[in-house]
Design a binder for this molecule. Structure first.
Ligand code: NAD
Length: 592
């Protein structure tokens, strides 16, 4: 029988503590909440009152339930008031020194059976525990932000935590409606160890002006289906907390990629801690507000006013694969005339047939009328000769991902397509400048990286080379918006934004599995349940294909020579063994 925890202490009522107190009180537990001063208590109480009022407004809680919930929380400025607690959850700032002091004090106050838990995101539970006379009763109980919403809780056991303490805490977390995952005591545990390398990388991209904050965030939301972009998430987490987590991870891993990006320190010193202070990467309409307001870095609506837009009505697409036919569909749907060029008449007709099939599915679902389908198909002309693309205003190349093949296409386009036309590549990993260099008009060449399936995925990365003309970029931007896409801008570097942020994270997940720190199921569920990602890393790798993933990781590694990007040996072995993911029926998992 699991132990009852009827009175639970919460120490620290900041971003996390207030949320944790709310979760506890919602489940009927008596909560004693301790802060350092009256201001801390008032801030914490305000947080809980505000959050529960929102729940009432959304009909998730009745007025009476809210009153009962609030009535279960008592506030105090003294740890001595925790004497009767069965469990204490500490959520004070991420400092080992501070936490060690609080745990040592608590040890002298609470009863001998009381369990002491830390909500630390990265510090060693073992090191915290040794400051008490009961290291066997010390665990990590790591909630995710916002605690009332996110279901993951990481339960961290040390080498000396008593097994029944772990079992009792797991049962309690389940009673709170959470999904606990048990793991050992490593910096960052599962979710943060995988998340923070990615967040730090996004900050480095921002700091180096590789892309704007809006574009970095939009790229991950619309390219990967993440609920928030990395910089908006850092603002929610708190930059000071994020910095401490990265420092701790770096101290343990000595992985350069965990060394906090310098701008984080500058922002913290300047008081830009994120939502809690009303300003971080974005500016909010007040402290603790989620509402972003315009500031000096907000891009002007309507883009760069001084740049003219080129007229585009006729669009050529070169290729017959998934991307080519998807892109042809996107443009034809929005009223553009499309010339779909293949290497033979049969292939060209088959490609138009693929678009028709895709549209037929939408007709069957009642999302498109038969007349509209016929009109869309009527706008696509199959072609075999490059000359047939001569009067296109834009030609998008989507042939095989091999430089020599793409360069040959660009050479051929350069010969025939009218002057002033834009030539685009949809490459996901090759340098766009290599395609531009195969033409006599590099300023007209741009990358337009669509995501698969193109008719559905909203993101397009507009890749600017050092030669691309400003009006080509502005035209590409306007066009993407016209066809209903979300364009983001980035430089011509391996992986652009999305793949450069995504694949090192996926690689880290493989390394964590390889190190036997956690299993694929726990890692996948930590990232889905704790971070709200649509798929866990192993699910995603199996969908993308392990051979494709390995190729992207190699491209990133070759460009950056970053030791942390070196593909995990396990990935290489799976590919060698022919386990390529869903497409071969076996990858990280077996599919029937
Ligand atoms: P925070 O800065 O928002 O809140 C910390 C609170 O602790 C403040 O209200 C402060 O007044 C109070 N405090 C400081 N010293 C105290 C003391 N001696 N006694 C009582 N209260 C004290 O920080 P946070 O983001 O809530 O983080 C708290 C802990 O939770 C950290 O260990 C952090 O790593 C972890 N965590 C944070 C997140 C997140 O997204 N922010 C998520 C999971 C875990």
């Amino acid at each position: 029988m699991a132990r009852e925890f009827s009175t639970v202490g919460v120490v620290g009522l900041g971003t996390m503590g207030a949320g944790i107190a709310e979760v506890l009180a919602r489940t009927g537990v008596q909560v004693v909440a301790v802060e350092v001063d009256d201001a801390g208590v008032e801030r914490g109480r305000g947080h809980i009152e505000h959050s529960t009022s929102r729940a009432v407004a959304k009909d998730k809680l009745t007025d009476a339930e809210r009153d009962a919930l609030l009535g279960r929380i008592t506030y105090s400025l003294s740890l001595a008031d925790l004497a009767a607690a069965d469990l204490v959850i500490e959520a004070i700032p991420e400092s080992l020194e501070l936490k060690a002091r609080i745990f040592s004090e608590l040890d002298g106050i609470v009863g001998p059976e009381t369990i002491l838990a830390s909500n630390t995101s990265s510090l060693s539970i073992t090191e915290i525990g040794v400051h008490t006379g009961r290291p066997g009763k010390v665990v990590g109980l790591h909630f995710f932000n916002p605690a009332p919403v996110l279901k993951l809780t990481e339960v961290v056991r040390t080498v000396v935590t008593e097994p029944d303490v772990v079992a009792d805490v797991v049962a309690f977390a389940e009673k709170l409606g959470k999904e606990p995952v048990v793991m050992g005591d490593r910096a960052g545990f599962i979710a943060n160890a995988l998340l923070f390398g990615y967040l730090n990388h996004a900050v480095a991209m921002y700091e180096s002006k590789y892309a704007t904050r809006e574009d970095l965030d939009a790229a991950m939301r619309f390219g990967c289906g993440y609920p928030m972009g990395p910089l908006a998430l850092l603002d929610l987490i708190g930059l000071d907390t994020a910095y401490e987590i990265l420092e701790t991870m770096y101290a343990q891993s000595r992985n350069r990629l965990h060394a906090p990006a310098p701008i984080l320190k500058q922002m913290i010193t300047a008081g830009l801690l994120g939502r809690k202070t009303g300003r971080g990467f974005y500016t909010y309409d007040g402290p603790d507000s989620p509402n972003v307001v315009a500031d000096a870095h907000t891009p002007a609506a309507g883009g760069d006013a001084g740049v003219s837009i080129r007229e585009v009505q006729r669009v050529g697409v070169v290729g017959t694969g998934t991307m080519a036919t998807g892109i042809a569909e996107v443009f034809a749907r929005k009223g553009f005339d499309v010339v779909l060029r293949a290497r033979s008449t049969d292939k060209a007709e088959a490609a138009v047939g693929k678009v028709r099939k895709s549209l037929d599915r939408q007709v069957a679902k009642g999302k498109l009328s038969e007349e509209d389908r016929d009109a869309i198909i009527g706008r696509i002309s199959p072609a075999v000769e490059f000359e047939e693309l001569a009067d296109c205003d834009l030609v998008i190349e989507a042939v095989a991902e091999e430089l020599a093949i793409k360069q040959a296409v660009f050479g051929a386009l350069d010969e025939v397509v009218k002057p002033g036309a834009i030539l685009a590549t949809t490459t996901s990993s090759l340098p766009v400048i290599e395609c531009a260099a195969a033409t006599s008009r590099p300023s007209d060449v741009v990358g337009l990286h669509f995501f698969n399936p193109a008719p559905i995925m909203k993101l397009v990365e507009i890749v600017e080379t050092i030669s691309t003309a400003a009006d080509v970029i502005a035209t590409a931007h306007a066009l993407c918006e016209k066809v209903g896409k979300v364009p983001v801008h980035c430089g011509d570097r391996a992986g652009f934004i999305v793949n450069a942020l995504l694949f090192p994270y996926l690689n880290d997940a493989i390394k964590m599995l390889e190190a036997h720190y956690a299993g694929a199921d726990d890692i996948d569920s930590a990232m889905k349940v704790g971070c709200g990602l649509p798929m866990g890393p192993f699910e995603l790798l199996d969908v993308v294909g392990l051979d494709v993933s390995l190729a992207i990781e190699r491209t990133l590694y070759n460009e950056y020579r970053e030791a942390g990007y070196a593909p995990a040996p396990l990935l290489e072995h799976l590919v060698t063994a022919g386990r390529l993911g869903r497409k071969t029926g076996k990858g990280f998992r077996d599919y029937s």
